[in-house]
Design a protein. Structure first.
Length: 274
């Protein structure tokens, strides 16, 4: 979600404040998050050279519908696909189409399912064939930045703690954090309060409470952080055409820390890259 889109969301959709969820709500998010992760697990063997992103999107839509859920992106703000698939220098919101993946590509797939009213939102990176060392390093930095952000989550911590953990690590690796997009509250509403920035200062921002649900989804560039949105109104790319990577989990704050709703049942959240 862009920062501009976050500001534009209608108050009848977006909560005036941060929702605090019940124990029963955690159960709903677990089920939705697991199905979203299973969808990406299902796609893993199909991420090969020659596969069109349109075909991958079709597979995801069939899987979601066959499992009694709905694709949240389909029809959202006029979007016509089930997933966003973003290869190489595409930062996010890449629209699936006939173009085929090729050997050496890296690509993010972002999927959100709606299961019994709950949104499971997750994304991960895939490497196609033989991936260059600099691309592998970018993937490693991106996943590690997410892990460091998630490790700060507990009651009493702040949103700034999450952003600081991500930003400080990424920049120490001589990469950059995209600032035009953010994580968001999630639950029965797709994009809700609060905004979750992937940069910031310790101790700043809203204080975390048990029962909060949101996504953490850092976008990391090998080059500079600047991005632009193409004329289709969706596809965001790096301005310097450097490689970009993203990974995302939906999480809930518990009494003692964090629960990750979108853990891969097959252990494939970070698919191996050759």
């Amino acid at each position: 979600m862009t920062m501009a889109q976050a500001a534009e969301l209608s108050p009848t959709v977006r909560s005036a404040g941060v929702k605090i969820h019940s124990t029963e709500d955690f159960a709903g998010m677990r089920a939705a998050g697991r199905l979203a992760a299973e969808c990406l697990d299902m796609l893993t063997p199909h991420m090969v050279a020659g596969a069109s992103t349109e075909r991958l999107d079709d597979l995801a839509r069939e899987f979601i519908l066959d499992n009694g859920a709905l694709p949240a992106c389909l029809g959202y703000r006029g979007y016509t696909k089930t997933t966003c698939i973003s290869p190489n220098h595409v930062v996010c919101h890449g629209i699936p189409g006939p173009k085929a993946l090729k050997d050496g590509d890296i690509a993010n797939i972002d999927v959100t399912v709606i299961l019994e009213g709950w949104h499971g939102d997750t994304s991960r990176m895939y490497g196609i064939g033989e991936v260059a060392p600099r691309a592998k390093r970018l993937l490693e930095v991106t996943y590690e930045s997410l892990a460091r952000g998630l490790a700060t989550i507990k009651p009493g911590a702040t949103l700034g703690d999450i952003g600081h953990a991500i930003q400080s690590y990424v920049e120490a690796q001589r990469c950059s954090v995209v600032r035009d997009f953010c994580g968001h509250g999630v639950g029965r509403v797709f994009h809700d309060s609060p905004n979750v920035l992937h940069y910031g200062r310790r101790g700043e921002g809203a204080r975390l409470q048990a029962g909060m649900f949101f996504t953490v989804e850092p976008m990391v560039n090998l080059g500079k952080s600047a991005v632009k949105v193409l004329s289709d109104g969706w596809t965001a790319v790096t301005r310097d055409k450097s490689l970009s990577a993203q990974c995302e989990h939906s999480v809930g704050v518990t009494e003692t820390g964090v629960e990750i709703f979108t853990v891969s049942p097959a252990g494939l959240f970070q698919p191996p890259v050759s």
